[in-house]
Design a protein around this ligand. Sequence first.
Ligand code: HEC
Ligand code: HEC
Length: 452
Amino acid sequence: MKAWPIALAALLALDVGDARVAEPDATNPDLAKPDAQRGKRALFTRAFVPAPWPLAAYDNVWKVWEPAAKEKPADYDQAFRRRYGLHPPPYPNGKLPMGLREGRLLFAKGVATDCLLCHAGSIFGTSYPGLGNAALDIHALFEELGKATTGSGRLPFKFSNVRGTSEAGAFAVYLWSFREPDLSIRLQDRYDFELRDDLCEDVPAWWLLKKKKTMYFTGTTDARSVRSIMQFMLTPDNTRAVFEKEESTYADIQAYILSLEAPKYPLPIDRELARQGEGLFNRTCAKCHGTYGAKWTYPNKIVPMETIGTDATRFHGLSRKLGEHYNRSWFGAKYPSMEAKGYQAPPLDGVWATAPYFHHGAVPTLHDVLDSNSRPRIFTRSYGTGRDDYDAVKVGWKVEALSQGADPKQPGIERRKVYDTTQPGRGNGGHTFGDHFSDAERRAVVEYLKTL
Ligand code: HEC
Ligand code: HEC
């Protein structure tokens, strides 16, 4: 068999070597009941993919960095985290950041990735599992660790077009092209599911899932589906039996996700202004985003494209052919994938922490969400996540507007720091529901959003 691309192996199989760590205790009568603590333990202690790189790749990758470093950076773990947009873990993980962990590579130690690569972030110096990682350059991470391992960093498609977003959908499409509906492997003549790698997906916060009846940006899957979030294990080395065996682990992980709460805004809030904003919000926004507080409501609305008007690339991005294939498989047996009807209006809990905004992160602040004319066309930011990188007035990331797109002569890791809304998948139009506000009204609504 031809070697599976390293990157593919990285993302997807199950690290059976680690299985004993979270092996369910068969004598436990609660086994059938999903358990958040068990799910948390699985997430924090297991790699669900085999290690694609030896541990040495972590220590040596600085040698392939551009511009070339003369010697290993002094605080290496921190330099590594900064370069790729990774964060210190709030759980024991050796020297590795959240999202990477020690795994097994044949008979040696290796570095593997896990869900927290994309689904854990940091803000004001605190790391939060469940906060989407808005700093990550996943393309650079895989490319450069690949180079440090084999000399070649070639990836089968773009893992990301712009820093902080990833082509998560393309991973699934790519993996499914090797699978029959009965989950056996198709070695020749792979399926063509019209893979697109320009969806520029901004990772949704996990703490929102508990309010949702449907998940994913287009609401195409029942939020109760456990199997759907196992698609990252579709690497060719996993048999159907592995999926069946691990379904209960993923039910535990889902229970952990459903137990998460949004972090509270840590800076001062003008309560009187926020109260005025609440009234405006409830009149203008609540019909799609719900109401907040003890008696919250959430309407679970999928808003048609002609009403929402945000970039349609993600909406059209996953083919019907793939959906039908999924539905003929074990994955779609209980909760089939449904046709996309628009974008889901997400709950806004903890929205102060989840900039940039919309499914593709095209809008850096809440102020700009509420004034479509003030949105920057081409911009960059520090990609740091500290207080100094944060704009507490507009609420979101401080950005620097640029007059032109990225210089094609720059290395990819620099080019991906430029968000160019004229590029495919990155349009910043639509969602004009705040345009009619006066400046004072908009300030009040933004103040209210800080309290959610
Ligand atoms: C490469 C980055 C990446 C990795 C790794 C990743 N995810 Fe995600 N995840 C995403 C993105 C992006 C979305 C939004 C996808 C969409 O709607 O198109 C998402 C969506 C989800 C959702 C639905 C959230 C919602 O509110 O709609 C869940 C649940 C989820 N992921 C769980 C997991 C689990 C569990 C793992 C590990 C097995 C994982 N993810 C690994 C990027 C990632
Ligand atoms: C007709 C329904 C609708 C109305 C009314 C509406 N929104 Fe939205 N909103 C959406 C949808 C759908 C999205 C997701 C769009 C996307 O990701 O492309 C969204 C996204 C957002 C986001 C970004 C969330 C994130 O995590 O990226 C914010 C913030 C937001 N809306 C705030 C508001 C406010 C404040 C109002 C009232 C002024 C409002 N919305 C009115 C449907 C609506």
